[in-house]
Write a protein that binds this ligand. Sequence first.
Ligand SMILES: CC(C)(COP(=O)(O)OP(=O)(O)OC[C@H]1O[C@@H](n2cnc3c(N)ncnc32)[C@H](O)[C@@H]1OP(=O)(O)O)[C@@H](O)C(=O)NCCC(=O)NCCS
Length: 286
Amino acid sequence: MSPGPKWKIRLLETPDEMILVEGLERMVWPGSETDVTPYHLLLTAAHNGGLVLGAFVGEELVGVAFGFPGFYPTPDGPRLKHCSHILAVHPEWRGRGIGFALKRAQWQLVRHQGIDRITWTYDPLLSRNAFLNIARLGAVCNTYLRSAYGEMRDQLNTGLPSDRFQVDWWVNTQRVERRLGRRPRPVMTLDHYLSAETPLLAARLDLGGTPRPASEPLHLNGTLLLVEIPADFNALKQVDLAQARSWRFYVREIFENAFQAGYLVTDFVYEEGRSFYVLMQGESAF
Ligand SMILES: CC(C)(COP(=O)(O)OP(=O)(O)OC[C@H]1O[C@@H](n2cnc3c(N)ncnc32)[C@H](O)[C@@H]1OP(=O)(O)O)[C@@H](O)C(=O)NCCC(=O)NCCS
């Protein structure tokens, strides 16, 4: 489907292929066998409109994207969407475009099914995921889910409330087509935003240059807002769980208020080791 320099992406359809997915999930989210998606569920989904996409290097599965059709409510009744549930890339193969290529393949196939919306959730404090989802893929967000999955049991997620962004990927919009097209789109830099006097929330820098959640009261004003998050939240969690918790609650407050005030997350800037969400007030998601 979309060949990378070293990997190939294809749809998975057999029991043996789904068992490879179980193995990859076990590696990416270690520590809870209960949380591995069972191969028979993947298989049943794949045979009933779901999509299990694999990235292979030779015979080795190095990445997977899994989702299935679902519904969302509208005033005219339920409408079809694709609910994307899992995206995972083997740790040794990250940062080479495999996550992007898997999502691009998902985008093509979901469009082919005649569906125009894909949703998924991710931890808003994960800078790499944010960059991929918002900046590279063109997903937008105005939905903050507190403790979306309750107490999670795997090693990657244990210890903090499982707050999530639920993002919308409107797959037929110009926003998304431009970002997935062959011609690179002009990228907005931090300088662009700061020279437009965009207010910056968060992030007092400590002596080591690490951002810490600000303690001042929240002022949301202006059409544009920048919200800084740590560039490597997983590393921070390892060394300072208390500070990681402060970030969780700080970011929860900002985004719950911002979404209520009509802001939409439209972009993400990752520059020189610092990470910023861009929010616009009154911007359409389409
Ligand atoms: C999220 C994940 C799937 C991304 O896969 P990937 O193959 O590394 O993704 P890509 O290489 O296509 O894209 C990652 C982008 O983030 C950038 N990036 C790397 N570190 C970053 C950071 N700290 N902050 C922001 N962006 C970062 C990369 O440069 C790359 O952008 P580029 O293609 O413009 O260079 C992978 O990291 C993963 O499996 N994580 C664990 C499981 C997970 O979180 N899954 C998603 C939620 S269910």
